[in-house]
Design a protein around this ligand. Sequence first.
Ligand code: 5AD
Ligand code: SF4
Length: 464
Amino acid sequence: MRFYVETLGCQMNKLDSELVAGLLGQLGYQPVTDVAEADVTILNTCSVRDHAEQKALSRLGHFNHLRKKNGTPAIIAVMGCFAQRSPELIRNKAPFVDIICGPAELHELGRLISQSLLQRKADQKVSAKIAVSDFRKIRSGQEALCDELESLDVQRPMVGEGFQRFVRVQRGCDNFCSYCVVPFARGPECSRPVDHILEEVRRIDRTGCKEITLLGQTVSSYCQDHQGQKVGLAELLCLVHESCSIPRIRFITSYPADFSPAIFEAMAELPRLCPYLHLPAQHGSDRMLKLMNRRYTIKQYLDLLEQGRRIVPNLSIAGDFIVGFPTETQDDHQQSIELLEKVRYKNCFIFKYSIRPGTLAAGKYTPEQEIPEEIKSARHSEMLQVQDRIANEDNQTMVGKIVEVLVEGTSKKNRADKQTLSQLVGRTVEDKIVIFDGLETITGTITKVRIQSASSLTLFGEVV
Ligand code: 5AD
Ligand code: SF4
């Protein structure tokens, strides 16, 4: 049996897809890269904005179209945040889907797929199978998160590209930012045991991996007991650093209100911990932050970054912003622009607010309080323009410098050729993207590159 997995959304989804591919591999299924060849087609979905859900539905329509063309129709499974958030909506808009499986039920996916394939083989109708979690019961203590979910991470067989790996350190989120679907789609925050994380890191290290990224929705609040001590993110980073020789260690994403300065100290002291921080502010106005249910003020956010830059002089900061949250005034918007100017992010993800059913902000505001699409778009492009100018200015200061780049592969597939030079793409420790010519065979190595020119998102250089 052959399976195809397509992943939409964030790094957490990429890791989940890798785990599912590993699980199916262990069950004897073969991965394919062409969906038309698959007996089982899996779509890993995102729900963070409406656009992501529409994209998922359109991909599912495409998969269904292919399946109709084929002799034996493939089993179609939907996993990820959209599966958990709205199984009914998926059933409604894509009634041909066979399996719907939420992120906290992934350990069930292998069984559901085998059952569906058996039904198909026996010429029976494949019954719809839905595995989603009841997070309300889990949050109220009536039910526990399943241990089998943890074993999926513990037993991961490390499939796919090996020089960059993700390691989950946390599941879920309890912050309930008023716009965000994640606490409903991924459930309560829970930190994985230190031993499990370190063992996974050691296993990854033995494969010769060059970069690991510790993953959590709010990694900065990591907290576990370990050998009689409380371990927070700073301590975890020290333990990870001590347990491996992987050249680059990163972590995403941090939440400003629970970010401990000890994490900056760890960055300054641990040579293989990258000086890179993804610390979303989401907005530049205290009034909006309050409505968004974010637990910090802009002053606290700026003070934290100032402290970070003092302790880690080459600290590179990435952020997220939402424009057009209900009641946002021109003045609020101006404060987001000011924050861009003050922080000078390495890069920023700027999103137009999208109402997510079931979140705290959905249903709280009247239609008049919602921001019209044209205003959202205008504010969005203004933010992008400002950020683009800043990043461009800062990148120009890199010209002439030599940087160490982890080569991720070719930037344009059509130029890839083992004998001649290809256009390669890689990243610096600060997570800056670098493009340069080189042999494709140096993919996965760390190479010195002299920067010759720069744009807002990319540095261009030559191998030294
Ligand atoms: N609308 C727009 N952007 C959102 N994000 C989360 N929820 C929404 C929403 N409803 C953004 C936040 C978050 C990033 C992953 O997505 O900026 O940090
Ligand atoms: Fe969503 Fe806020 Fe949790 Fe991030 S911290 S996942 S924005 S609820």
